[in-house]
Design a protein around this ligand. Structure first.
Ligand SMILES: [Zn+2]
Length: 291
């Protein structure tokens, strides 16, 4: 599932190739829960609009239009935002992948899972939003309008401080891991980076949040920022579907210390990494390095 780093990498790679271009035509699949704004309306109202900015809030992307409206995009579980010409086996269905020789799994062509496709008046590369599981979202926001999904978000994870974490956890008996995943406290942290940050800070995921000391909150805030920035630097994590707009894979999955390493030795002390379930999500930690 794309988290803050993957969305930020997408934003950084897409912005230079999108900003300044004018939409000529919009192609969509038929109406579904993927479209918070009916696809027919997108096809009618977007052509003619010029893209003036690409912003990220938490795990959401906001495409600024020259008339003040904004296009809200969320990648959901398996969303892929790519430019035409992107090449990756992650853009093929499993059955199609199996039927093709590796050297034939090249240039992507829009398929049944490509729910939104923007053509530009310069005739250059199109923007494609593909999502096999359709948990992604598209919504056109009127000028000055917001969305409840954005209004509910807490501080952006790249800006989180120990003071904010300390304040948000006082009096809370819930596991610290659950607080990290609550988007209304910190926006952008998901399962991978919560586990990695807790390991880096030496804190067990099941610790009651309210028992964290101020010093531990400082260490945890630092660890969150560090883990996220390092992931952005390496292009994000490509564990299942995520890929960059040009089709490139991220490399952060190769730097994971605990996430999805249950039973494998801790890279610091050799103790087997433990996998537990907290709030229906799997959590991974080293019982020796984390207290
Ligand atoms: Zn360890």
């Amino acid at each position: 599932m794309p988290e803050l780093p993957e969305v930020e990498v997408t934003r950084r790679k897409l912005a230079p190739s999108l900003v300044g271009r004018r939409i000529a035509k919009v192609h969509t699949t038929r109406a579904s829960y993927f479209f918070l704004t009916p696809p027919a309306r997108l096809a009618r109202e977007l052509p003619g609009a010029k893209l003036v900015g690409l912003e990220r809030i938490g795990k959401y992307l906001l495409v600024g239009l020259d008339d003040g409206r904004r296009l809200l995009l969320h990648l959901g579980m398996s969303g892929q935002l790519v430019t035409a010409g992107a090449s990756s086996v992650r853009l093929l269905s499993a059955s199609k992948r199996a039927s093709l020789a590796p050297e034939e799994q090249t240039r992507f062509r829009p398929d049944a899972h490509t729910h939104l496709r923007l053509e530009f008046d310069d005739g250059g590369p199109e923007l494609l939003f593909r999502d096999v599981r359709k948990f992604g979202k598209v919504r056109l926001l009127e000028k000055g309008a917001s969305d409840p999904r954005l209004d509910r978000l807490g501080v952006d994870a790249l800006d989180v401080t120990g003071a904010r974490l300390f304040e948000a956890t006082r009096g809370r008996r819930v596991a610290v891991k659950s607080v990290l995943l609550a988007q209304d406290v910190i926006a952008g942290v998901g399962n991978i980076y919560a586990d990695e940050a807790l390991f880096a800070a030496g804190i067990r995921p099941r610790r009651p949040a309210g028992r964290l000391t101020r010093i531990e909150c400082d260490a945890l805030a630092r660890a969150i920022r560090k883990v996220l920035l390092r992931s952005i630097e390496t292009g994000g994590s490509s564990i299942s579907d995520y890929l960059a707009p040009d089709g490139a894979d991220g490399a952060y999955q190769d730097e994971r210390r605990v996430y999805a390493r249950g039973g494998e030795p801790c890279l610091v002390c050799g103790t087997p990494i433990r996998r537990i379930v907290i709030g229906a999500r799997s959590s991974h930690y080293c019982p020796r390095c984390q207290r």
